[in-house]
Design a protein around this ligand. Sequence first.
Ligand SMILES: [Zn+2]
Length: 248
Amino acid sequence: MKKIILPLVLLLLLYCGYDQAFADRGRQYYEEAGQIIWEIKTEEKVIALTFDDGPHRKYTPAILDLLKEHDAKATFFIVGTNAEKNPDIVLRMFEEGHELANHTYTHSSRMKVPNLVDEIKRTHETIFSITGYHTTLFRPVEGVYTDELVDAVAKEGYKIVMWSWHLDTLDWKNIGVKKIVNFVLDGAKEGNVILFHDGGGNRQQTVKSLETILPKLKQEGYRFVTISELMEIQTSTEDEKFVEQNND
Ligand SMILES: [Zn+2]
């Protein structure tokens, strides 16, 4: 009997250790719980453009000019230290109707959860002191999360925003304007969330790509909405489905 119990105990310990380190309840769980959003299912021609790691002194204003020109609203995942350096740009984003969201204070990867929560609070305070706006959306650095992180962030009143997996434009790798443009135009569908970067390096290619992407998608009938608007569309789509099902 002893011979069997020992391996079983070891196996159990191993399993628990594994579970602790890589805890992730999975996409379906988080989507149904409304704790994380990747994209939404809708037939409405809407797309959410998201920009990470800014604001940047040079590239963010250029992106804001383009968004304005094409009547597009976007969501900016702001790094607190960059907001402190560029309060005028943060204010401009806010005044032009874009959504301001939280992307940590220092953009360090693999932070311990309590430190991460502190950084979220600090960035929140910075953005609030500039605009009077309370951020409610958070994107983890490099999109890395654990159950522990999701729970801690939810406790602070935040929803986590990822992106459509096929629409990481890889603009941060400077893969070339043509590639970024084709990537987005070939992949973009109703309800998708596109990942761009306005900060964290040279973003000339991002700006150049948008010069083509924005008018082209607009021509195809797409409307560019913020993440909060996208979530409202999701709620109303679900409500309609519920009514339909109950009328059957
Ligand atoms: Zn980032």
